[in-house]
Design a protein around this ligand. Structure first.
Ligand code: F6P
Length: 325
């Protein structure tokens, strides 16, 4: 076991519900081991600017239920350059800190890995992104809440779609991955789900829609993942309008999916991973992400988290095709 005196924690990239719960767990797990904890305000950008503050058990009271991140976050351009990372490493040196926990997605893990490789800072990543697109963990913090938020909107859109006999395209987030689209789409009974991981054409989509009306469907929902190759929901609707002479309605759920109180699943995941991140550092682990797979903690080399592709659940894809219309 390494004896660690001081660690720092930051959140980086897009915020995700449950990040506060993860910070809380890191802070209290570390203090329990006699380690002093420092929070970085504003992600890697804040680190470069020296935004370091001591955290106590009380600093993280009353935040487990809150969305967003009380430490603030950023997508730092300066940190992409070695000069920015050198400045960040110097700031950590000034505070006598050589262990850092980074809560974020793959962009944040790239940054954490560079800090380790170039400046020998011990880094542990905690997966926090609504996209769930990180290899090495079944779930990322924020994903479950985002699916619930998207589903809540999808249910509401279905009410109005059914009342007006309309076809809606609902665009959800996920960057280049279709996890939110697939799960929220299945749970919302979507007639079609367009995910970046599978191919389709406008003509094939058109044929599907013609078939729905033949079988007596009067309204339907198409869930579109934002990273789909056919384009955005607005672009797909415009192309469909050229085939059909009806108005396809579009609803882009956008950043609503990033906010809100985290679900119990996200709070539990965050609480577990915060604890394991601290213990991973104590065990001498570095340059790894702590994750959760098959009900066990996992450790994945940071570069593997973005170099290996996390696939969509093939069985879920098969089931949705059978039961969607
Ligand atoms: O990675 C989380 C995410 O919400 C993606 O789903 C989305 O593509 C992106 O961030 C949006 O980023 P920003 O808030 O910086 O526009």
């Amino acid at each position: 076991m390494r004896k660690i005196q001081r660690i720092a924690v930051l959140t980086s990239g897009g915020d995700a519900p449950g990040m506060n719960a993860a910070i809380r767990s890191v802070v209290r797990s570390a203090i329990n081991e006699g380690i002093s904890v420092f929070g970085i305000n504003g992600g890697f950008e804040g680190l470069i600017e020296g935004e370091v503050m001591p955290l106590s058990r009380r600093s993280v009271s009353n935040i487990i239920q809150k969305g967003g991140t009380f430490l603030k976050t950023s997508r730092s351009e300066s940190f992409r350059h070695s000069a920015g990372r050198k400045r960040a490493a110097n700031v950590l040196g000034e505070w006598d800190i050589s262990d850092l926990i980074v809560i974020g997605g793959d962009g944040s893990f790239h940054g954490a890995h560079a800090l380790y490789a170039e400046h020998n800072i011990n880094v542990i990543g905690i997966p926090g992104t609504i996209d769930n697109d990180i290899y090495g963990t079944d779930l990322t913090i924020g994903y479950d809440t985002a699916v619930h938020t998207a589903l809540d909107s999808i249910d509401k859109i279905r009410d109005t779609a059914a009342s007006h006999d309309r076809i809606f395209l609902v665009e959800v987030m996920g960057r280049h991955a279709g996890f939110i689209a697939l799960e929220a789409g299945i749970c919302g009974g979507a007639e079609e789900i367009l995910v970046p991981e599978t191919e389709t054409t406008i003509d094939a989509l058109g044929d599907l829609i013609k078939n729905w009306s033949k079988t007596g469907k009067t309204s339907s929902l198409i869930v579109v993942a934002e990273g789909h190759k056919l384009g955005s929901a607005y672009e797909i609707a415009a192309k469909l309008n050229e085939i059909f002479n009806i108005d396809f309605h579009v609803c882009v759920l956008g950043h609503t999916q990033r906010g809100g109180s985290p679900t119990a699943t996200d709070r539990l995941l965050a609480s577990r991973l915060g604890f394991h991140a601290v213990h991973a550092l104590m065990e001498g682990k570095t340059d790894v992400m702590v994750g959760w797979s098959n009900n066990h903690v996992t450790y994945t080399a940071l570069p593997d988290t973005w170099e290996m592709k996390k696939p969509l659940d093939e069985e879920l894809l098969k089931i949705y095709r059978i039961i969607s219309s």
